[in-house]
Design a protein around this ligand. Sequence first.
Ligand SMILES: [Zn+2]
Length: 325
Amino acid sequence: MSSPQPAFGAMFRELIELGVVEINTESLDAAVERRLKEFWENTSCPRCGHQSVVTWESTDRIWCRDCNFKPVFTYGTPFHEKHLPAGEVLLAFTLYADTLLSINQIAPFLGRAYRTVHAAIRDVEAAVHRGFPVVWSLLDQTIDGPAQVDESGKVCSGYKGQEPPRNSRSRGGSSQTGRSRWRGRHGDQLTLVAACRDSLRVISGQLGIDYSGDLEPVIQEAEDLSQPLGEVWTDGLQAYRQMGFDHRTVVHKERYVSPEGVHINQAECLFSLVQPWLRKFRGLSKQGLEQAAHTFGIVRSLNLADESTESIVDCLVIGAFRNST
Ligand SMILES: [Zn+2]
């Protein structure tokens, strides 16, 4: 026997190898090209700084009338020199962010090298993070009600570059909690902190096994994305630690719902979704894991707000241009 079989995907992989699954990203390629060119028309030239860039439908070159700069429309964005069509970059990111497929499964699905897909996803992810606040603020929606804030148990990326233990008896932690954890190399453990308000989900992954949840960063981010922030609901343990927010923190000690109807069920539900999703990243670096946790919040928010792939394209494009100057 060679490498161990993963728990899922072997049959799917066989179908891919048989050529059953054909990928056609032409419509996505076109959508990304259209959005990028729209942005070029409204942004300043990266070489001379004048807002003089013109584009045409028929060519992938754009042109600055002032300094004669003539790059391709992907210049300075995560789509540039990726050896993948723009739509495929976006497809890779969607499969990564919105399914339980790992990059190890996505790469053969696209028929691309792991490194190529990994690099594309990382760049797209960073751009989406930069662009999301702008796109979120432009959506036609009202975010109100209380913000539920909670800290997860520890999440472990574990066993960097290796398969997790296959025998459940070798798992660390307690299965009685209902959270299956496996212990990895020291330093690979992650604690999640989340804020949920309406359709907004903010997740921050904090490295460490002794991390005592600092809720302030996610509360701040939730406030930035949904001002003004109203009541913050959290549990008693958290409230003790967060003296700075006590004037708007509703404390409850019961596990589920307090007599006043205060609860953090949304946050707990979010953790139950994000934990199995994060388990597919066992090969990632700790920075990659923290970034991935944050990505989950962004994609979950857009899904809960009934937003389409177009909004991810917008996040990406806006984020790309925020970086390119
Ligand atoms: Zn120019």
